[in-house]
Design a protein around this ligand. Structure first.
Ligand code: UD1
Length: 429
């Protein structure tokens, strides 16, 4: 298993280009199952989760071709969809595999997707996805660890669905399913994340009839067939936010290009509140500099447009360097503070009580060996390593490879002392 070795204390300076959003590319790839014609996607980041999704689509009899110029361009063609089975071996490595269920059952009338199982950041059930599909006339059975969804009379029916709580992939799954259902579907309490809006944009290019994107009520009028399309994935707002914190926490001066500042409102506001000088250079570029003095503040994770839970670990790394008390409340996932105990091992003063964490700073962090527990926790630990004295070793970085394109190369290019260590195979577990 690979590790990262970081020697902290370097101020990051220069320009970083942001890649396409993993969480937009995932549903966009799944959407290709809705049509027999090719769907071409540009700006797909080169990260492990998208390779997993490509393999998954191939298992479901789609042809996936990837061109490497200069960011990844994917062409997905699902001419037939006879064996819509998403196997456990792939699903267990990526919960977002559930995104294939909605489009597959809508197109083929039946689909089998392995149950995702638990993951490090809480139970993360898919009950809301399944309940909504049932409302659309799907018969759902779970047997031998697989979900079988079968549309009565072969086609899903439109329905009025009110999500009990906001779910991002749940909204995306049902949105995709509804595009080919008979009649109208109304989704209330839908997620408003930019990745949902990006999916709507792609589906519209494919011929779907959707209204209400960007709001919490989506109306979809089902059509008989969708066609091929070409689409460029939006920039990754979490990667951009991570680099903003990297610039701020190291006392550097970073220009973040190819990003979408309008998707980063809550992060920018919180960084400014902490005393970080921020500048919107133009519509796709932000500049961040180190604060003269970082100050502690409160932060609550929320659905978009609130502060993203996927930025919570990174914010916590920043909070360890801020003067005074930072109170963090995690409202989206239970058990999403696994990085806190690792930061404490590096010298941070953090106490966690259920969904609340209190960080007292500034703390002098010192490097040690820490374990990454999930994708965003790993990013938080990298940030902590960038300011820690001495050497930080981060183990289990396969988590970060799931979602950050070339993070080592990008950080090195702006002056970080970080390298990937390919560990001998006896450490593999
Ligand atoms: C997506 C993102 C993930 C992000 C999360 C919240 C992708 C691929 N992943 O995950 O990076 O952290 O949104 O912004 O886009 N829930 C249920 N039942 C369900 C579905 C969800 O109880 O059927 C709960 C979850 O356990 C969680 C909350 O709802 O507590 C929100 O989860 P959800 O928005 O569904 O997260 P994901 O779509 O899995």
């Amino acid at each position: 298993m690979d590790k990262f070795r970081i020697k902290g204390g370097k101020a990051l300076r220069g320009t970083v280009a942001i890649s396409g959003a993993k969480n937009s590319a995932l549903p966009a790839m799944a959407a290709a199952l809705l049509t027999a014609e090719p769907v071409a996607l540009h700006n797909v980041p080169k990260v492990r989760d998208l390779i997993t999704m490509a393999k998954l689509l191939a298992c479901m009899s789609a042809t996936v071709s990837v061109t490497d110029l200069p960011s990844s361009d994917y062409v997905i063609e699902a001419k037939t969809l006879n064996h819509a089975v998403a196997p456990y071996e792939l699903v267990k490595t990526m919960r977002a595999s559930i995104l294939t269920l909605g489009p597959a059952v809508a197109r083929a009338g039946v689909a089998h997707v392995s149950l995702p199982g638990g993951c490090a950041i809480g139970a993360r059930p898919v009950d809301l996805h399944l309940k909504a599909l049932e409302q659309m006339g799907a018969e759902i059975a779970t047997e031998h660890g697989y979900i079988e969804a079968r549309a009565r009379r072969g086609r899903l029916k439109g329905a009025h669905i009110v999500f009990e709580r906001i779910t991002v992939t749940g909204t995306e799954n049902i949105l995709m399913a509804a595009t080919l259902a008979e009649g109208e579907t109304i989704l209330e309490n839908a997620a408003r994340e930019p990745e949902v809006t990006d999916l709507v944009a792609l589906l519209r290019k494919m011929g779907a009839q959707i209204e209400g994107d960007g709001t919490s009520t989506l109306r979809i009028r089902g059509v008989e067939k969708l066609h091929g399309a070409e689409h460029t994935v939006i920039p990754d707002r979490i990667e951009a936010g991570t680099f903003l914190v990297a610039g701020a926490i190291t006392g550097g001066d970073l220009t973040i290009k190819n990003c979408a500042p309008e998707h980063l409102g809550a992060v920018i506001a919180k960084l400014e509140q902490a005393g970080v000088p921020m500048e919107t250079v133009n519509k796709t570029t932000l500049r961040v500099r180190g604060a003269k003095k970082l100050v502690g503040s409160y932060m609550t994770t929320e659905e978009f447009p609130g502060f993203a839970t996927d930025m919570q670990a990174q914010y916590m790394a920043l909070a360890t360097q801020a003067e005074g008390t930072s109170a963090i409340t995690e409202t989206i996932f239970e058990n999403r503070y696994l990085h806190a105990s690792e930061m404490v091992r590096m010298g941070a003063n953090i106490s966690v009580d259920g969904r609340k964490a209190v960080v007292r700073g500034p703390a002098r962090l010192s490097g040690t060996t820490v374990q990454a527990s999930d994708l965003r926790a790993s990013a938080g630990l990298v940030l902590a390593g960038l300011v820690a004295s001495g050497e930080t070793i981060i183990e289990r970085v396969y988590h970060i490879d799931r979602g950050y394109e070339g993070i080592v190369e990008k950080l090195r290019a702006v002056g970080a002392d970080i390298e990937r260590v390919h560990a001998p195979s006896e450490y593999a577990a």
